[in-house]
Design a protein around this ligand. Structure first.
Ligand SMILES: [Zn+2]
Length: 112
């Protein structure tokens, strides 16, 4: 066990008090731990996430990884760039297969 000291605003303290009282017998340490565990679950596991895309002109017929449409040679497709990160859909291993996305699917991926 280790004692930590941090600063919270009034509204957050009120929320902490309320949740601690209602669900954790007024134990604020337990409340903060539960909140962090819940946040960790929400953020997902450590792995590889897509940091961005680089455009590639397909040299031969290529299939989109997401929508599986086939595109003719000369189409601009997008190759994902992976980085280490934490997310619900993080991959355990960096994919070995060719991974190209079409413009439409990349636009959808960028939604928050
Ligand atoms: Zn697609």
């Amino acid at each position: 066990m280790k004692r930590v000291n941090f600063t919270l605003d009034e509204a957050t303290i009120a929320l902490l008090d309320e949740i601690a009282e209602r669900y954790y017998h007024s134990n604020k340490s337990l409340t903060v731990r539960a909140a962090l565990e819940s946040l960790a679950t929400h953020l997902g596991h450590n792995g590889w996430i897509i940091a961005g895309f680089t455009p590639v002109v397909a040299e031969s017929e290529a299939e989109c990884h997401s929508c599986h449409h086939t595109y003719p040679p000369g189409t601009t497709l997008y190759r994902p760039v992976f980085t280490r990160g934490r997310a619900q859909n993080a991959l355990q291993e960096i994919p070995k297969e060719v991974w190209l996305e079409c413009g439409e699917c990349v636009s959808e991926d960028l939604r928050p």
